[in-house]
Design a protein around this ligand. Sequence first.
Ligand code: NAD
Length: 248
Amino acid sequence: MRLEGKVIIVTGASRYIGQAMAVRLAQEGAKVVAADIRDCAETVELVQAQSADVLSIQVDVTDEAQTLEMARKTVERFGRIDCLVNNAGIYDGLISKPILDVDMEVWDQVFRVNVKGIFLCSRAVFPAMKEQGGGKIINTGSAIWLSGSAGIPHYVASKAAVTGLSRTLAKELGLYNITVNTLAPGGTRSGAVVNRDDAPISIAQAGRAIDRLEVPDDLVGTLVFLASDDSSFITGQMIVVDGGVSLH
Ligand SMILES: NC(=O)c1ccc[n+]([C@@H]2O[C@H](COP(=O)([O-])OP(=O)(O)OC[C@H]3O[C@@H](n4cnc5c(N)ncnc54)[C@H](O)[C@@H]3O)[C@@H](O)[C@H]2O)c1
């Protein structure tokens, strides 16, 4: 097991990609904090089935007080925070629209969750990681901004921002032995789809070198690597896991 005893928070852990991450981290021996604005009961059950310790925390990652509480409860229960996986995001339910019809309320909410949420959660765990002499932050980005995608400018721009934010946090937090990297999926079968004339673009992307759909489990091996000591000298990087759509 590559993550024996490590305490790892996964945000957006209630389903799909975050749930697959939580389960695989547990299989590698981690103690998992399943954090989400939604109920994480199903994830808790799946993690416990791996005989792993799990703590479920309801958190809105856009609310600073709640992110601080998430960090506090994690330390209270497990004594430390080795890794934070900032996976919560808004993608599911976005509607592709022409530029003049893009709803600016939706724009703000996408940025609040996808960008500010990552910043707040990272800031919340920083004191614990600093005090314990290091840690790892892994942000779920997306490969989508490498090629662009018409109709969802808020989402694409927010995921570019995730990589920029990861890089700048990596530069600042390296001093404290904290690594910060971006894990960038391609269009992944996850239930999360963008409504574009009823064609879900999340699973309709063509051009993969590997000719099959991406599933959440395709991401977890890279996640384990980034969470483990094997990647201790890798920081500020974006690893694209998309079957060879975007050659970054
Ligand atoms: N599915 C894809 O094709 C794809 C591709 C690239 C990147 N991603 C990213 O992967 C991540 C997971 O997405 P998914 O496909 O599993 O979709 P999803 O919508 O099922 O997962 C997002 C999770 O974030 C949670 N969440 C949303 N707002 C929150 C908030 N304010 N506070 C706390 N939790 C909140 C949701 O409840 C959900 O559990 C997201 O960051 C998404 O942008 C997905």
